[in-house]
Design a protein. Structure first.
Length: 374
C-alpha cells in the first residue's frame, strides 16, 4: 500500500508531533514541544521538565535489565531536571501482571540540578506516591554511578534516541512544504538532545528475569501525577482531538492523571473508537468491533511489557533504542495485521513506515544513549 496525503489522521500516532507544531507556531519551540498529551498541544501542566518523551526497557549487560526514560523535549545544555521540592521522576514496575506497582524507583534532584538521589520501594499498598523507599545512593548528574545494590545509574543530557521523518510528516499530514512520507526520508531528531534517566538493574532486583511491565511517571511538588507513559503514543492515539476521532475536551489531561490499573475500565471505549477511525484509512476498511476490542486489550493498560524470552516486536514487548516503534505502530494502527491475528486482513496498513531508521550514535555499553550533540 502506498503513502497518501489524505492520511492526516495519523497525526495522533506520533508522540512528538507537537515538535512539528512548535516549528510552525509563534511560541518558543521548547515551550510548545510535547507529546500531544495535554490540550492545546502543550506539555502537561506546562512543565517541559516533567514532560515524558519516551520509555525504554531492554536487556543490558548479562543478567541485567535497562530501564530508561527521556524527558524535556528539545533539551539543551541549560535544561535541568526539576528539583525535589517541585517534581519527582519514577519508574513503576509490575511483576505479577495485575497492572499495580510492585517496585518503584524514584529520582529526586537537588536545587541546582547537580545531584540526584535514588530510592527503591516495594510492597506498598496503593498507587499514590512511593517516595519513602530505601535510599540506594546519591551522585552527580552527568556521571555514571554504581548504587549500593549494584544498579548502575546515569542522569543527564544525552542525544535523543528517537528517530522520525518530521519533514515528510509535515508534508503528508500538515500539507506544509513539498516533502512527503516516503519521498526523501530525513530524521529530524538526529541532532537533538534530551534529558535522560537510565538504570541498569540486576535481574535479581526485578523479577529474577521473569516478565515485567514498566511505566514512567512524573509528579509535581504536591505529589500529583503530571505525566505518564508506558508504550509510545498511547494517550496520543486514543485521545486524538483531530477531525477523525474528535475525543472529548480534557481527555488527555484525564488520561495523564490515571494510573494504569484504571486504564481498561476508563479508556477501552476510546481505544476502540480510535483504532476503528485510524484503520478506516486502510483499503481493507476499519477494524471490526471484535478486532478493535482485541487490540485495545493489548494497548491497555498503558505499560511497556518486557519479557526476555518473547519474540514479539517492540513496543508490543519491550523497547530498545534501535527498535522502530513508529513503523510498527503505523502499520498496526492504520489497519495492518503483521502478526496474522485476523483472517480477513493482510500485514499492511494504510501507512507502513516513515522511512527512517535508528541513529548511529547508540553506545554498546552503559548508559547506551549517545553523547549529547554540541
Amino acid at each position: 500500500m502506498t503513502l497518501v496525503r489524505k492520511a492526516a489522521p495519523i497525526a495522533a500516532l506520533f508522540a512528538l508531533l507537537a515538535l512539528a507544531v512548535a516549528l510552525l507556531a509563534p511560541a518558543e519551540p521548547v515551550g510548545a514541544a510535547d507529546h500531544l498529551d495535554a490540550p492545546g498541544m502543550m506539555s502537561p501542566k506546562g512543565r517541559t521538565d516533567l514532560d515524558v518523551n519516551d520509555v525504554y526497557a531492554f536487556t543490558g549487560a548479562p543478567g541485567t535489565t535497562v530501564l530508561a526514560m527521556t524527558v524535556s523535549p528539545l533539551a539543551s545544555t541549560d535544561s535541568r531536571f526539576s528539583d525535589s521540592e517541585d517534581g519527582t521522576y519514577e519508574f513503576r514496575i509490575d511483576t505479577n501482571g495485575n497492572a499495580r506497582t510492585d517496585i518503584a524507583y524514584t529520582f529526586q534532584f537537588d536545587d541546582d540540578g547537580s545531584t540526584v538521589t535514588v530510592r527503591r520501594a516495594t510492597d506498598r499498598v496503593g498507587e499514590g506516591p512511593w517516595l519513602n523507599g530505601r535510599s540506594l545512593g546519591s551522585g552527580d548528574v552527568g556521571e555514571v554511578i554504581t548504587l549500593n545494590d549494584g544498579t548502575k545509574l546515569f542522569t543527564g543530557l544525552r542525544s535523543d534516541p528517537f528517530f522520525f521523518d518530521l519533514s515528510g510528516f509535515l508534508g503528508t499530514v500538515e500539507g506544509v512544504g513539498d516533502d512527503a512520507l516516503g519521498d526523501d526520508p530525513t530524521d529530524f531528531f538526529a541532532e537533538l538532545n534530551t534529558l535522560a534517566i537510565v538504570i541498569e538493574v540486576p535481574d535479581s532486583r526485578l523479577a529474577g528475569g521473569d516478565p515485567i511491565a514498566v511505566w514512567a511517571r512524573t509528579s509535581d511538588g504536591e505529589g500529583k501525577q503530571v505525566d505518564r507513559m508506558g508504550r509510545p503514543a498511547i494517550n496520543t492515539v486514543i485521545n486524538s482531538s483531530g477531525p477523525i476521532v474528535g475525543t472529548r475536551i480534557g481527555a488527555k489531561n484525564a488520561f495523564n492523571a490515571t494510573r494504569p490499573v484504571g486504564d481498561v475500565l476508563k479508556w477501552t471505549d476510546e481505544a476502540v473508537n480510535a483504532l476503528q477511525a485510524f484503520s478506516a484509512l486502510d483499503t481493507e476498511g476499519a477494524y471490526s468491533d471484535d478486532q478493535a476490542t482485541a487490540l485495545a486489550a493489548v494497548l491497555l493498560p498503558d505499560m511497556l511489557p518486557f519479557d526476555k524470552a518473547s519474540t514479539l516486536p517492540a513496543p508490543l514487548e519491550g523497547r530498545a533504542l534501535a527498535d522502530d516503534v513508529i513503523d510498527v505502530e503505523l502499520r498496526v494502527v492504520t489497519g495492518g495485521d503483521p502478526l496474522d491475528l485476523f483472517a480477513d486482513r493482510d500485514a499492511d496498513g494504510a501507512i507502513n513506515s516513515d522511512g527512517v531508521g535508528p541513529h548511529d550514535d547508540y553506545l554498546s555499553v552503559f548508559p547506551y544513549l549517545g553523547v549529547p550533540h554540541s
